[in-house]
Design a protein around this ligand. Structure first.
Ligand code: NIG
Ligand code: FE
Length: 412
């Protein structure tokens, strides 16, 4: 099946296949072709270029994109979209003055979601989660990472990861799975932290490896959650079973989690709302992608990741949603890109790079996703007619997506 798309007002994020991420000042450049064509063959990008070079062969289908732009689908490298129920009541409690921390200390927060998840069957969890996956696909996401971490029991964690695996089998979107058993200490281990860590290391991680349920290992490295030493212990055990680290660090406090991530060659370190100069310096010249989650900052009213300082220091930066019931009940990458521009002062070019090629890198997917490149997946968004791509973050509340293609097929 071949499709030719003609008269594309501007084809965004066209890259050679050797570009796997962009860093520092490179992030300000978004390569594009104006008045372009794009050819897709089955599930892949076959060819593209300016309209004057349009191929003179026949195609099964032709689409006229006059006035519209095309960009690669968003690569959302940090989500928790497999969860049960919601936490609307905590949202209202926060409006009425309680803090996220106070709610967690009362046994709400992650433990509240864990209780709901453990009371939900695997089938029901799949049904609830697939709604969110379909929602984010319609919003233009073509690759997504999903974490466990609301089970906090052997059965609960494995249930979550099996649901993620089933989603990956049933949907065309690329899905990467992360084991986040170290998301919080469950009540049963409140006074026996090492006991819970032993459970993660000796029982759950080996079973995950046996069933091939995850590619990554995550830890919530934060005051009141997992210490740096505990984080390192868990990460090391995961690495021993072939899981690469991607860790939650510096959300509320800078306690050395970034340095641990770098030490263990983490694929990414995520959140980064609170960054010391030494944290930024630790990330320089490493393979570790820093990931900012501006919707979380927005929803919790906490600081935004200091993107300008990080980019000025030469670092790359990726943007992701953090879609989860507690801190970010939204999987809208369009909002993430807009918020990064509005609140973090990223330029539209930087934000689009961060949400596509750098997001793909943070999932080990940048050889197949994240840019308009020959032989990459035919995953792209056709916008509605727009005057320039600046409109995407500028009109932050407007849905500017006309169609989403994933693996060469339109998502309804
Ligand atoms: O990334 N920070 C840790 N975990 C999630 C939120 C967890 C929750 O509140 O359910 C996050 O923000
Ligand atoms: Fe998260």
């Amino acid at each position: 099946m071949t499709t030719l798309i003609i008269n594309i007002k501007e084809l965004l994020q066209v890259r050679e296949s050797n570009i796997l991420k962009v860093s520092g000042s490179e992030m300000a450049v978004l390569p594009t072709i104006k008045n372009a064509y794009l050819v897709i063959k089955d599930n892949l990008i076959a060819e593209f270029g300016p309209m004057k070079n349009i191929p003179q062969t026949t195609f099964d289908k032709t689409i006229d994109a006059t006035g519209k732009m095309i960009l690669p689908t968003w690569c959302d490298s940090h989500t928790h979209i497999v969860y049960a129920g919601n936490r609307e009541q905590e949202f209202v409690d926060r409006i009425n003055g309680l803090s996220y921390e106070e709610i967690a200390n009362r046994g709400g927060g992650i433990l509240n979601s864990a209780q709901k998840l453990n009371e939900t069957t695997q089938e029901e969890l799949y049904e609830q989660s697939k709604e969110r996956l379909e929602e984010v696909m319609r919003l233009g996401t073509g690759a997504v990472e999903i974490k466990s971490g609301y089970g906090l029991t052997v059965d609960g964690e494995l249930k979550m990861l099996r649901v993620i695996k089933k989603l990956a089998q049933h949907y065309p979107i690329a899905i990467k799975a992360t084991f986040l058993g170290a998301h919080a200490f469950p009540l049963a281990y409140k006074d026996n932290h090492q006991g819970y860590i032993n459970l993660l290391i000796n029982e759950i991680i080996p079973q995950i490896a046996k069933e091939d349920l995850a590619q990554y290992i995550d830890v919530f490295c934060e005051t009141g959650y997992f210490t740096v030493a505990e984080t390192e212990q868990i990460i090391e055990a995961g690495i021993g079973f072939g899981l690469k680290p991607k860790i939650h660090v510096n959300q509320f406090n800078s306690i050395g989690g970034i340095q641990s991530g770098v030490k263990f060659d983490a694929l990414s370190v995520d959140h980064l709302e609170v960054m010391k100069t030494e944290d930024i310096l630790a990330l320089k010249n490493t393979n570790t992608m820093p990931v900012a989650l501006p919707s979380c900052s927005y929803f919790l009213s906490i600081p935004y990741t200091p993107a300008r300082e990080m980019i000025a220091a030469g670092l790359p930066l990726a943007l992701a949603t953090d879609y989860n019931p507690g801190s970010t009940p939204s999987g809208n990458m369009n909002f993430v890109v807009a918020t990064a521009c509005i609140k973090m002062k990223m330029t539209p070019e930087e934000a689009i790079n961060a949400a596509t090629i750098n997001g793909a890198y943070a999932m080990d997917l940048s050889t197949t996703h994240g840019s308009i490149t020959v032989d990459k997946k035919a995953n792209f968004i056709i916008t509605k007619p727009i005057p320039s791509y600046n409109q995407l973050p500028y009109a932050f509340g407007t849905n500017l997506i006309d169609q989403v293609f994933i693996e060469g097929k339109v998502i309804a």
